[in-house]
Design a binder for this molecule. Structure first.
Ligand code: BYC
Length: 342
């Protein structure tokens, strides 16, 4: 039965008092959210790491879940183009090294999925988002690897670009991500060197081998530059992510660093960067480079690259084919638990 509040001389002060108290409570809540956000930003500015149980703005949490899960997916999908060459590596040493590299990438994916879980995200649904096409992963892994020289180009250029991007992430404001990056970067540096060694040996080999190395550089150069993401004025997350010190350097600054470091490496091994506009600018102390084909980039990001379909299919099948192992492990765990309680 609905109650009707009747104001009488006796109770009117009581209701006014309740009303004012409720108003105060509402304002207190608002003030405390602003206050919490200010304190959070002060902590970030003072370079104090944010840990999983600390208060954080919801948007900060969402940004990290997005970026770290995309990063994890990139590591796992990134195993495919190279995994494709493990059985065809030219000798035992190359096979062992490539196998170790691909296993490292699986490890990176696992640390990163764990880091995502520290933010309250569910690992299984994060992976399902990759399989349904909802979640992104790095554009670079949607290009084919038809020759052995591509293993060199991936290590040299793709891992090289990844290190450039990930070294600043070791200083990311979120503790678990930053700590994961320290180990990832050490391993990436081994990956970059093994790639550079492969491409150097080919570049100094027979004319056919040199041509194969040049062809791999021609195909991977521009996609490697795209890895850093859209230009700064098109990058919708950069400003906020830099304020929160998730990102320390902008997409364009990192891309420029990569070009400045990589061009002399190509010259050293006698390969030509496939960019007629590339030139050294004495005044700025940087290389100027040609326009990136952003239409191609967005096509690939949106699922229309040469290998997007195959990559997702392979990941879905891996999950389905491994289902029986997970089910068997669970059934075994249940039997053991039942035996203990019996
Ligand atoms: N590909 O506002 P922006 C490896 C998306 S794997 C696809 O600049 P943000 C390896 C971006 O997500 C290492 N999508 O974004 C493994 C956003 O979309 P949503 C991979 C891209 O986050 C195996 C939109 O474009 N490294 O090393 O501020 C073998 C707007 O961009 C890409 C990482 O994952 C792209 N390339 O900056 C070998 C590093 N670029 O989410 C090697 C971690 C941008 O709004 N991630 N997008 O729909 C990052 O550092 C940053 O997320 C990015 C982008 C610099 C990539």
């Amino acid at each position: 039965m609905a109650k009707i509040i009747i104001f009488t001389e006796q109770n009117q002060y009581f209701y006014v008092y309740i009303f004012i108290a409720l108003l105060k409570l509402k304002n207190m809540k608002e003030i405390s959210l602003v206050e919490l956000e200010n304190r959070f930003q002060e902590k970030v500015d003072a370079e104090v790491r944010i840990e999983p149980n600390d208060w954080m703005p919801e948007e900060y949490r969402r940004t990290l879940i997005r970026q770290i899960s995309q990063h994890a997916h990139s590591e796992v999908v990134g195993m495919l183009p190279e995994g494709n060459w493990i059985t065809r590596a030219p000798n035992l040493r190359r096979k062992a090294v490539l196998l170790a590299k691909v296993q490292d990438e699986a490890g990176h994916g696992l640390y990163l999925y764990s880091a995502v879980e520290t933010l309250g995200a569910d690992r299984e649904s994060t992976i399902d988002d990759l399989h349904s096409g909802k979640a992104k992963y790095s554009s670079i892994f949607n290009y084919p690897t038809p020759t052995w020289a591509d293993m060199g180009a991936i290590g040299w250029l793709v891992d090289g670009a990844a290190i450039m991007n990930q070294v600043p992430l070791c200083r990311c404001s979120y503790g678990p991500y930053a700590r994961a990056m320290v180990r990832v970067c050490k391993e990436e540096s081994f990956h970059q060197r093994q790639g550079f060694e492969i491409i150097t040996v080919l570049a100094q080999g027979t004319p056919e081998q040199k041509a194969m190395a040049q062809d791999a550089l021609n195909r991977f150069w521009w996609p490697a530059l795209m890895m850093f993401g859209p230009n700064d004025d098109e990058s919708k997350h950069s400003k906020q992510s830099m304020k929160w010190k998730i990102k320390r350097l902008s997409n364009d600054d990192l891309r420029q660093q990569f070009v400045d470091v990589t061009v002399p490496q190509a010259e050293l091994i006698g390969l030509t960067i496939p960019d007629p506009d590339l030139k050294w600018n004495k005044e700025t102390g940087h290389y100027e480079f040609g326009a990136i084909n952003w239409d191609e980039f967005w096509q690939v990001v949106e699922g229309n690259g040469p290998c997007n379909h195959d990559r997702i299919k392979a990941r879905r099948e891996a999950k389905e084919n491994g289902m029986w192992v997970r089910e068997a492990a669970l059934a075994h765990a249940e039997k053991r638990a039942a035996r203990k309680t019996a």
